[in-house]
Structures are given as C-alpha cells and as structure tokens.
Design a protein around this ligand. Structure first.
Ligand SMILES: *Cc1c(COP(=O)(O)O)cnc(C)c1O
Length: 413
C-alpha cells in the first residue's frame, strides 16, 4: 500500500542530467546560478540545492530573504542572490547571512549603505538593468550613475550586473536582441569607466536554450533544470522531467447512466460507468481548471477527470479500464507504462504555463527523493569542523567560506 494520499517523486538523477546539459550549453567556464525560487518551482529547494551543489552549480537565485535563509540554515554556503527585490525589512537578514541582493535604485543603495555601515558589514549587490522587462531594475540611462554610486559607497560591494529577458521565445524574439543591445551599451560604458566587476548575467532558460550570444560569464536557468522548457522551445527532448505527481484510488463507485458527479453537477455519465475518487485536489496543485478537461494515468491507461476538481478530491472515469482497485497508483504528472503526462500537457489543458503547475503543488504533497547517488562533478570540499551546518536560528551570523571563483569584492577604502 502507498503511505501517502499524494506525493511528488523528485528524480535527482534527472536533475544531475539536466544540469549537465545546461553546463554544456552554457560552455566551459560559464557559471550556473541555479534558480530555486518558489521552493525550487515546487520541487523542494533544500534537497534540490544540496544536490545541485554536488552537480557543479556556482550559486542560487531565490525570491525572498526567507528562501535564502532556509538555504543558509540547511548548510548552503555558495552565493545566494535574491533575484527580484527585497522589501526594506528583509535587508537586515540578507546582510547578516551574506545574501546578495539585486539593486534597482539610488535610494535603496543609500539605505543598504547606511544599514551595512551600522552593522559593520558589506552589502553585496547586483545592479539590475531594466532593458525591457519594465518591472524592476534601473533604466539603462541611469545604470552607470547607479554603478558609480555603488563604487563610492564604502559598505556596498558590486558582485554583479544583470538584466532579465522578457520574451518566452528567448533569443528567437527581436525584443531580446533589443534588450541585449541596451545591456551591451551599459556594460561598455561601465567597463570604460572601470566600474564593472563581479558576475555578468542575462540568460534564463529560454535565452540559454535559444543560444543567446554572448551569454556572459553566468547564466540563470530555472525551469530547464527541472526538465521543462518554456513556450514549447526546442531542446526539451534533451531534458528529463524531475517531478512526477502521484496519488492513489481511495474509492470506487459504479454509477448508472445520467448520474451527476461533483460540485455543480457539471458532468453526467452517458452510460453506466465506474468513478474513481482520488484524495488529491486543488489545494494539492490539481488545477481547478482541469475539471472536465484533465486526464490522469491509471494502470498505464488514460482516464478523464470528470466533474469539477474539489479542494481535497478529484474524480476520474475509469469505466474503460479493467481491474482498477482501491489503492492503485494514479499518475497526474509523469509516466505509467507507455503513457506520459507532462507538466506542459497539464498546463495546456489548464490554460496556464508549466511554471504555475509545478509551483502550485501544495504542502500536503510529500516530496519523495529518488536517486542522487551519481553526480557529474566531485562534491564541494567539506567545510571545516567549526563551520559544520546545524539548525541555526535566523539571528546567527552565517560564516562564509571564501572560494576562488567568487567575484572579487571591493570592500572600500
Ligand atoms: C525566475 C527567474 C529566472 C529563471 O527563469 P526560467 O525561465 O525558469 O529559466 C532567471 N532570472 C530571473 C531574474 C528570474 O526571476
């Protein structure tokens, strides 16, 4: 019997494989800053990050200081960057735990400088240049000025210059070429003024798999590491999905023709059939939109989701599948026999993007790790005994171990 109502199998060997493909695409000497925001797109950031360290990534991108601290507390010592922006109240934690933050404005730079000076620390920043995303970042015309201010601030260290591609088609979109031209302009001017240092990065998965050139010294893939490519881009056949979502049949019911199923009676049987109820619902990440549209795999065959998906349960018509029993494994994402349902397929049926499908996995879904014993590169050297990770509270300062490949820090006068 299966111990869980619903579980996500996380295939660490698939992650190893995908990171090898990514490192090869990035090219020798190009760092991989693996994006593990949103709990590694629903996969579980801590196990994903620890495995990725052993697979040769150079750092991690997260969405908030809380996500960064979760990694630090679990013993991750590599650079961690809060990709978007922090709110003011997150700055203290970021400085204390050696977390890099993206910088978008002079006022935030001044605030960080003041706080860092008061704490006797250095704030590590990556200046984000808005070349067309229109969300965060400093406009190209103001970027060099901001870089100058960072240089002049004794408690700020420039660890990177970045921009973010808006087109899901990556380098295939004309807008990406425009974005890169603007970024290049800023880099050229900053280099000429001697302001450039740290990592330079632009490429997300879409840009990396559409061969953005140049791709600079660091790439920031997220979804491709999990075996998914955005926008049906070519190259997904080289990747392996890391996640499978499974549940089990908890109840079987034979119903006559014309019988309604689910809230609102949006589905009625047209023949006598058998309904299997699964103990997994929209709170667990089965999109409500999959009602009367989605499919699952039972005994290697496809079965349709019938009626609306409810919070804790989903109903499927298994009248055409022989021998279904209570306790049978049901695959909502992944393979069973010759059949596969990908996150991309689920996303298309639910009228959304694959990112949202994996990010929506709820906290009741147990993450079960598989594989992970074979890694491509040797493990990080073990930390000295005094630095051994333990479950430290958020107030305990993180002790960072210097690495050769970290950007050189300018610590002021
Ligand atoms: C999420 C994110 C990425 C990763 O994007 P993918 O499409 O998942 O590869 C890279 N950079 C930034 C700034 C991001 O927010």
């Amino acid at each position: 019997m299966n111990a869980y109502r619903a579980w996500a199998e996380i295939d660490l060997d698939a992650l190893t494989h995908n990171l090898a493909v990514i490192r090869e695409r990035a090219g020798a000497g190009t760092r991989v800053l693996l994006v593990v925001k949103a709990d590694a797109y629903g996969h579980g950031a801590v196990p994903i990050a620890h495995h990725a360290v052993r697979s040769g990534v150079a750092g991690f991108g997260v969405g908030s200081s809380a996500e960064a601290l979760e990694l630090r507390r679990s013993g991750i010592r590599l650079p961690i960057l809060v990709l978007g922006t922090i709110i003011d109240d997150e700055a203290d934690d970021c400085l204390r735990h050696d977390v890099h933050v993206a910088l978008h404005s002079s006022s935030r730079g001044a605030m960080l400088q003041q706080l860092a000076r008061r704490m006797g620390l250095v704030a590590k920043v990556h200046v984000n240049v808005d070349t067309g995303m229109g969300r965060l970042g400093v406009l190209p015309g103001k970027a060099v000025e901001l870089l100058r201010e960072v240089r002049a601030a004794p408690n700020l260290a420039l660890c990177g210059v970045m921009t973010h591609v808006s087109a899901p088609e990556g380098a295939l979109a004309a807008s990406t070429a425009d974005q890169q031209r603007l970024f290049e302009g800023v880099l050229r001017e900053a280099r000429a003024a001697g302001l450039l240092c740290g990592w330079t990065h632009m490429a997300n998965s879409a840009a990396l798999f559409t061969a953005l050139r140049p791709r600079y010294d660091t790439v920031r893939p997220g979804i491709s590491a999990y075996g998914i490519l955005p926008h049906d881009l070519r190259g997904s056949d080289q990747l392996r999905p890391v996640l499978a979502l499974r549940s089990q049949v908890v109840f079987l019911k034979d119903i006559p023709a014309g019988y309604p199923v689910g809230y609102g009676s949006t589905w009625r049987s047209t023949r006598p059939t058998r309904i299997a109820t699964l103990p997994v619902g929209y709170n667990d990440g089965v999109a409500w939109r999959l009602g009367n549209r989605g499919e699952v795999l039972v005994r290697g065959a496809r079965a349709k989701i019938v009626g609306r998906v409810s919070m804790d349960y989903t109903t499927v018509d298994v009248g055409h599948i022989r021998g279904v029993e209570v306790g049978d494994i049901v695959t909502l994402i992944g393979s069973d026999g010759a059949q596969t349902i990908t996150a991309e397929e689920v996303a298309a049926r639910a009228d959304t993007i694959a990112y949202e499908i994996t990010c929506s996995l709820g906290k009741r879904v147990t993450r079960v790790l598989r594989g992970g014993t074979d890694v491509v590169v040797p493990a990080q050297p073990p930390p000295a005994a005094a630095h051994l990770p333990r479950a430290a509270g958020p107030s305990e300062a993180h002790v960072s171990t210097a690495r050769d490949d970290e950007p050189r820090l300018r610590t002021g006068s």
